[in-house]
Unconditional design. Structure first.
Length: 67
């Protein structure tokens, strides 16, 4: 499993993520993720990075829940 997530030139440790906020528009086929990191830092991801993050998050859930 990947323990880091790259956003542009930044590398974020997945253990630093405290919460995520998901916004989506089903009709437009769009999904956007806002990350809240340790220390109160918030990062809004663009569409490409949001999809990449959600794929990693779903993989994490699948592995941890043995699905």
């Amino acid at each position: 499993m990947i323990h880091f997530f790259k956003v542009g030139t930044h590398t974020i440790s997945l253990s630093d993520i405290r919460d995520i906020n998901l916004q989506y528009d089903y009709q437009q086929n769009e999904i956007f993720v806002d990350l809240e990191l340790n220390g109160g830092i918030q990062i809004s991801l663009n569409l490409d990075d949001s999809l990449l993050f959600m794929n990693e998050f779903i993989q994490k859930i699948t592995e941890e829940k043995n699905l």
